[in-house]
Write a protein that binds this ligand. Structure first.
Ligand SMILES: [Fe+2]
Length: 155
């Protein structure tokens, strides 16, 4: 069937995008969680930083999902779908200290950067230049988040 030919490499790109989408939602909510619950002498600075980062992450979710659809595959449909696909772990603990939050988010953004590289590799292999181009900007934003988080820790 012709659809088999056209979809030859699309599942790899779509799967990588859906994994990225699940982790983007997981990291969005985790960053909001810390925005809401951070405490301590740097409250205001971190409360605002986490909100900026959450907003930036959330803004990528619709374009990621629409790249999945443009590749002819189904995107995520629910919170359950996110839960089954996410590799970034939730943090349901109460009372995490601010430094632990920053370290956790830096590590999680590094995980996200790794997934962006997987999307890039799949897109390049498939000749999907639109996905490949979009990933570049998302990677730059992710590296900026990592920079700000690690600079806050004094790395
Ligand atoms: Fe807020």
């Amino acid at each position: 069937m012709s659809e088999k030919t056209t979809q030859k490499n699309q599942p790899a790109v779509a799967d990588a995008l859906n994994a990225l989408l699940a982790d983007s939602f997981a990291l969005y909510l985790k960053t909001k969680n810390y925005h809401w619950h951070v405490q301590g002498p740097h409250f205001r600075e971190l409360h605002l930083l986490f909100d900026e980062q959450a907003t930036q992450i959330f803004a990528t979710t619709d374009p990621i999902a629409e790249r999945v659809r443009k590749n002819g595959a189904p995107a995520l449909r629910s919170i359950g779908d996110i839960g089954r696909r996410q590799s970034i772990r939730d943090d349901d603990a109460a009372g995490s200290d601010a430094e632990a939050m920053i370290r956790t988010l830096a590590a999680d953004n590094r995980t996200l950067l790794g997934q962006l590289k997987e999307v890039k590799a799949a897109a390049e292999a498939d000749g999907d230049i639109a996905t490949s181009g979009l990933v570049d900007g998302w990677a730059d934003e992710t590296q900026q988040r990592i920079w700000f988080l690690e600079a806050t820790l004094g790395y």
